[in-house]
Design a protein around this ligand. Structure first.
Ligand code: PLP
Length: 356
């Protein structure tokens, strides 16, 4: 019996159009991690069709895989330029997001070798402190133009720490730091907003926004109502129903014990399929219109629900994700975020792409 993951490509395209309508500048699409687990090869061409012209992956290999599917689009790899990778970037027409003076030197050397200008984004550090050019490096680039010789700096970008909290003062601090740093790159376009940043207002939009999660229906600004269309529906059949007497337990460790005569439904879905072990005794599925609680440990390939109060039978479907109970809600039950739910869905569902 099969569990189904239905992915609504039309809703993803509509979400992109909605985000594109929020700002005056360009709206890109972040399709890293296989489009947040939903299938970059299916998602990216649909977004290109909707009008998206710039795509971000994390790794070069992800970008290379998309190149034949996105003729004419710009594809960038966020994680930077590794030593010896310049030739592959050039061969596949992928633009790097340069994150250090060393990477800039590698790209410059490639430009000098080829005797042509090579385009790039520069990632500027404004507080996240992962991969980006700190203020001293920006000053060095400002003071010694030869460091960027042969590099056409298309866009300077930074990334928000806490965009999901509009009132968090770090957003304004990062904006101010960014504006101070970009002065060193006259003529370059500017980009700061991811999905939550797209909802922070026009000050954060600049020339290019970079939404990912919102395209896939996640609510990245929890204080606001979710404006995005839901994108995924996940349903799995009941393999067996077990009658338990009071005192009998379910699953590894016996972490749930029946307090009353109980009917326990087992689904062939586990933590290898994007449920989390922290869903143990905490998740929810839906039978018809009624929520049923996850009981016992989530194991790798199986999970159990208490269906005592609903007329469920083996073969009936329980819904794990849909418009009523989305990835944000399932994530909350596990103490994580919708991003992690989507990127953990794995490869074992029967995927059905609809709405394209
Ligand atoms: C992942 C990522 C994004 C997209 O973030 P969402 O919150 O999913 O919209 C944008 N910019 C950078 C640099 C990223 O790493």
């Amino acid at each position: 019996m099969t569990a189904f993951l239905d992915i609504d490509l039309g809703a993803i395209a509509d979400n992109w159009r909605f985000l594109a309508g929020l700002n005056q500048g360009e709206t890109a699409a972040v399709v890293k991690a296989d489009a947040y687990g939903l299938g970059a090869a299916q998602v990216a061409p649909v977004l290109a069709e909707a009008g998206c012209k710039t795509f971000f992956t994390a790794h070069l290999a992800e970008a290379v895989a998309l190149r034949p599917l996105l003729p004419g689009a710009r594809i960038l790899a966020l994680n930077g330029l590794e030593p010896h990778a310049a030739a592959d970037f050039i061969a596949h027409d992928i633009m790097p997001v340069l994150c250090s003076l060393e990477e800039i030197a590698l790209w410059r050397a490639a430009a000098v070798r080829l005797e042509r200008r090579l385009p790039a984004f520069l990632h500027l550090e404004t507080g996240l402190n992962r991969l980006a050019l700190p203020a001293q490096a920006c000053a060095a680039l400002r003071d010694d133009r030869a460091l960027l010789e042969g590099i056409a700096v298309d866009t300077v970008m930074t990334h928000l720490i806490a965009g999901e909290a509009p009132e968090d003062e770090r957003n304004q601090r990062q904006l101010a730091a960014f504006l101070a740093m970009v002065a060193a790159f006259p003529g370059a376009k500017r980009s700061i907003a991811n999905s939550p940043g797209s909802f922070l207002g026009a000050d954060f939009h600049f020339d290019l926004t970079r939404p990912g999660a919102a395209l896939y229906g996640l609510n990245t600004s929890p204080a606001q109502p979710r404006p995005m269309l839901p994108v995924v529906r996940l349903s799995a059949p009941i393999l067996q129903i077990r009658d338990l007497a009071p005192g009998e337990s379910v699953g590894y460790g016996g972490l749930w014990t029946a307090q009353r005569p109980s009917r326990i439904a087992t689904l062939g879905v586990g933590y290898a399929d994007g449920l989390h072990r922290t869903h143990t005794n905490r998740g929810t599925a839906i039978f018809d219109d009624t929520p049923v609680p996850l009981v016992g440990r989530v194991s790798m390939d199986l999970v159990t629900f208490d269906v005592t109060d609903v007329p469920a039978n083996p073969g009936d479907m329980l819904v794990l994700l849909d418009t009523r109970h989305g990835a944000d809600e399932l994530a909350q039950e596990a103490g994580t975020i919708g991003y992690e739910i989507l990127t953990s869905l794995g490869r074992r569902y029967k995927r059905r792409y609809i709405g394209a």
